[in-house]
Every structure is written in C-alpha cells, then in structure tokens.
Design a binder for this molecule. Sequence first.
Ligand code: BTN
Length: 245
Amino acid sequence: MTWLGQRIERRGRVSSTNDEAGLLARAGAPHGTVVVADEQTAGRGRYGRVWHSPPDDGLYLSVVLRPGLSPERAPPITLAGGLGVADAVNNLGVTASLKWPNDVMAGGRKLAGVLTEMNTRGQELEHVILGIGINANASDLPPEIASLATSLRLELGREVDRDALLAELLPAVEGWLDAFFAGGVTAIADAWSERAQLRGGRVRADAEDGSVTGEPVGLDDEGALVVEDDDGRRHRVVSGDVAVI
Ligand code: BTN
C-alpha cells in the first residue's frame, strides 16, 4: 500500500516546510501528508543550523508521520529517511553514501540532509515531522559551504527535474520507513551500514562516555552509531557530529 504522499501540499515560499507540516499535523493531517516548497526563508538543519534554501534550487519537503512508537523509539526515522534519499539519488545516477545520523553525501560532500522533529504529549508521541532537503539544481553554492557541499546538478552535469526527483524519493522513503516501523533498526541496519561504508573507516565523535576515535562498526538497536576504539572497546554515539578522519 502507498501511504506516503497520498496528500501533497505544494507551497511557494515558506519559512520552513517542517513548520508548515507541523501546522498541518496539529490540524489533524493524516500520516504520510507531504509538504513541498519552492523556497524556504528559514530552512534549518540539526542544532538550528541554516539550511540554504533559495528559490527553485533544491527539493525542500517534510512529511507528517504518526507512527505507533514511543518517543524514544522514533529517532531512527532519520536513518530510514536517509536511506530513502540515498536510494532515490542513486536511481538518478549519483552514487550517494550516508554519514551518521542524517547526512547524504556524494564524493565526500554533503548532498542532502534529514531533520526529524518530534511532537510529544506527556509520554505519547503525537507526530513526527520528517524534513528532507536535497541540493538539486544549485550550481553556485554559497562560499561558506562550497567546499563542503554539492548538488545533483554538479554531480550529474545537468539539471534535474524536481518533480521527477520527488517521484523517486517518496516510494524509496516509504519503503525504508515501512521496514523500520515493522522491524525496528534491525531491519534497516545492514543496508544503512553498507551505504555508510562503515567498516575500515576512521571517525572521531563524542560518545556517551566521552570523546572517541576509532572504526565505526555498525548501528545498535536504538540507532546509535557504535565506534570501536583502538583497544577494541565499543562506544555508543547518540548525538553530535561525526568527523571522518
Ligand atoms: C541537516 O543537514 O542538518 C538537515 C537539513 C534538513 C533540511 C530540510 S529542507 C526541508 C525541511 N525544512 C527545514 O527547515 N529543514 C528540512
């Protein structure tokens, strides 16, 4: 069954599609409702970072989710969203890789990001907003991100049709969300680790028990990144940025 994108709300300029989707969710919009905009004036990423969202350059969308999960089980939705993005851009001919927890990379540069925001009431999860931004047709990236970011157009050497990209994206994201909702992190961990090219890499991150440098070896069943240090000890990374070294 197709549930993601049964209802698609199109907008011109918005502050953030996550805000628009949040408003729709609070007004009762069903699971799978999508908001897609041409431009965001206050697009945001993790930790309130700015997500550069000029008109018509990127694909900016958010999905209303009403998963039957407790709030502490919801964060891996980000991982499932990233898998969907990676599959969709792969289908367009760009080899994408994943970087924990929410980055989609191409050629070592950031191509897309996922921002998951939760709304809770007491211990209950009311809804989750899954926001996705893909650098689609940008050719002039702002100087502050030019060395760190890329776009589909820069990777492919041609413009992409954002509606065709959306049509690739929605079923891919739906498939990984279904897998996660049905089987938890276990159901997506192998695919995620493969696309993140974890084994053999080296990262530095803030683990729960302090700063760690070592090899990322996989995801645990809560979606934490497990990093093995040089003494073979394993550490869980549950927040912050992971630096590839
Ligand atoms: C990140 O890399 O930290 C996440 C970036 C997420 C950007 C998307 S664009 C659509 C949606 N609306 C937002 O304001 N953010 C997300």
